[in-house]
Design a binder for this molecule. Structure first.
Ligand SMILES: Cc1cc2nc3c(=O)[nH]c(=O)nc-3n(C[C@H](O)[C@H](O)[C@H](O)COP(=O)(O)OP(=O)(O)OC[C@H]3O[C@@H](n4cnc5c(N)ncnc54)[C@H](O)[C@@H]3O)c2cc1C
Length: 506
């Protein structure tokens, strides 16, 4: 403590940059940065052993594999405090991590060990509707349930996540698949302005047409290599009540479910942009049980008689069904519990064109791989979800300023698939991750052999090591790298902020 107190006194009395390099090499930059933050913002800087630290490093995460143990946590209250933190961290050459809603299940991507500082968005929870109600300003500490709950009294919603406790910033920086995507594109296609802190500490606002339009484009799917976003201005969409709910099917209905998935992806979604589904197959190897579900969404107060005919009697009668007319915010609040926090989680992503045989290959290869390789894993639940992506979905970005994903519309519709493994014991981590890689490679190989594979890999559903940016058009990746160099010439958000998908590493 005496050493720290001495350092703090020194920092206060001396021009920052002059002393930082010397003291950093002696004591480690993160200790200096933490003491500076604590000195200036004592109530917003947490050290190990405090309840604030425990909340920020554990409770706020979705996957237990990403719990973090930073030297300290800083929880800024506004953009100026974010800027101060960035400058402090940079001048002390400290490493750091940035966390939004904490849902990216990749260790080290939204947290850091004792060699760094965690910058948490928890208190950046501002929400405000523009006077004409066409846009909503959202701080990065919000989760999608907060956004929908805030907009509900105005009969509005936003193009955002489909699970309430998912964070706003991570979803938007990777693109964002929404129930509304066939109507309005990626969630990020509906951002009209970003406020963010450059690595110099400068606060800028980026729009499609101002001096920062290149940064605006990069943030629509380029991840966290460019700046720390402190506010997203999102277009609102009309939404009082929608038809929404989950239909569940038994193991004996597998073929009917997969037929329904294919038909919806090929014909249903392209013909009616108001309709969306999240069809998922969940398997529990220990119980020898596989269940088939489909979350169904229809953006109207009047249900469509045929949008979901393949998931409805007489074609396929659910064993349980909760589809009803309700506000979107009520649905996301009531379904949050289906994705509990604090278990161990792993994602992988794949993409394919829409073909019935591709659906079967993915289904059969995933289930046989899980049963063969992971039957010993305690409390294992494994699932895969087909996310239908239509030409309408992909056509929106060009109308609103473009995005770096650059997905080939000509080959749409697609399925973007997310695989998810959930388990409880750290001792099974390596086994699960190795199997996840192998199962994904096996599926890809079979899809490729039939030319069913598609190029794009969705960042927010990807597992560590998947070549996400390499799946973007090469020219877009080059442009992303040039924009990164322009706004962060010293690679602060690449080298000092090592966690996350980095354009420079692709
Ligand atoms: C249960 C569940 C449901 C999901 N549902 C959907 C869905 O419906 N649609 C969809 O598209 N995706 C969905 N996803 C994927 C989701 O989009 C990603 O996990 C996303 O990263 C979550 O954002 P977050 O803020 O919670 O993430 P975090 O883990 O906090 O952050 C993700 C990345 O963004 C960076 N970051 C966070 N905040 C900032 C900031 N302010 N500035 C710069 N960088 C920042 C972090 O450093 C990190 O690298 C879901 C995931 C889960 C686990």
């Amino acid at each position: 403590m005496a050493v720290l107190a001495g350092i703090v006194a020194l920092l206060v009395a001396t021009p920052a940059f002059a002393i930082d390099a010397a003291v950093t090499s002696l004591y480690g930059g993160e200790a200096i940065a933490c003491s500076k933050l604590k000195f200036r913002y004592p109530q917003y800087t947490f050290f190990p052993g405090t309840s604030g630290y425990a909340y920020e490093t554990r409770t706020s995460y979705w996957s237990a594999t990403t719990f973090s143990s930073p030297a300290c946590v800083f929880v800024p209250q506004d953009v100026q405090q974010v800027s101060y933190a960035v400058t402090t961290i940079t001048l002390t050459l400290s490493k750091f991590a940035v966390r939004g809603g904490g849902h990216m299940p990749i260790p080290g991507y939204n947290g850091i060990d004792g060699s760094g500082i965690l910058l948490s968005s928890s208190n950046l929870t501002a929400l405000s509707l523009s006077p004409d109600k066409s846009t909503v300003s959202v701080g990065p500490g919000n989760r999608w349930r907060d956004v929908y709950g805030y907009l509900k009294p105005s009969d509005l919603a936003a193009v955002g996540g489909r699970v309430g406790h998912v964070g706003v910033p991570g979803l938007l920086l990777g693109g964002g698949i929404s129930f509304y995507s066939s109507q309005y594109g990626f969630a990020s296609d509906n951002v009209v302005k970003y406020q963010c802190v450059l690595s110099s500490g400068l606060v800028v606002e980026a729009t499609a047409t101002n001096a920062y339009s290149d940064l605006f484009w990069a943030l629509r799917g380029g991840g966290n290599s460019f700046c720390i976003v402190t506010r997203f201005d999102l277009k609102t969409v009309p939404s009082s009540k929608v038809w929404i709910g989950i239909a569940q099917f038994g193991q004996s209905q597998a073929a009917g479910h997969l037929d329904g998935v294919y038909n919806f992806g090929k014909y249903g979604a392209p013909s009616d942009p108001k309709a969306a589904i999240i069809p998922t197959v969940l398997t529990f190897p220990a119980s020898n049980l596989t269940i088939y579900v489909a979350a169904k969404f229809y953006d109207s107060q009047t249900d469509s008689p045929n949008a979901f005919e393949n998931f409805t009697a007489p074609k396929l009668t659910p064993v349980a069904e909760s589809y009803s007319l309700q506000p979107l915010s009520d649905y996301v609040a009531s379904t949050d519990a289906l994705q509990p926090l604090g278990l161990r989680q792993e994602f992988r992503t794949l993409s394919s064109i829409v073909h019935r045989d591709a659906v079967q290959i993915i289904h059969d290869t995933f289930l046989s791989g899980v049963n063969l390789k992971l039957s010993t894993v305690k409390n294992l639940q494994a699932s895969f979800t087909f996310q239908p992506v239509t030409k309408d979905f992909l056509s929106h970005s060009a109308k609103t300023g473009g995005n770096p994903q650059g997905i080939d519309i000509t080959k749409a519709p697609y399925f973007w698939i997310v695989e998810n493994w959930t388990w409880t014991e750290a001792s099974d981590d390596t086994l699960v991750r190795t199997a996840a890689d192998q199962i994904t490679a096996d599926i890809n190989q079979l899809l490729q052999a039939r030319s069913f594979n598609a190029q794009y890999l969705y960042m927010n559903d990807a597992g560590k090591g998947q070549p996400v940016f390499q799946s973007y058009p090469a020219a877009n990746l080059r442009k992303l790298k040039a924009i990164r160099t322009k706004y962060d010439p010293f690679k602060i958000y690449t080298n000092l902020l090592p966690g996350g998908w980095k354009v420079d590493n692709a």
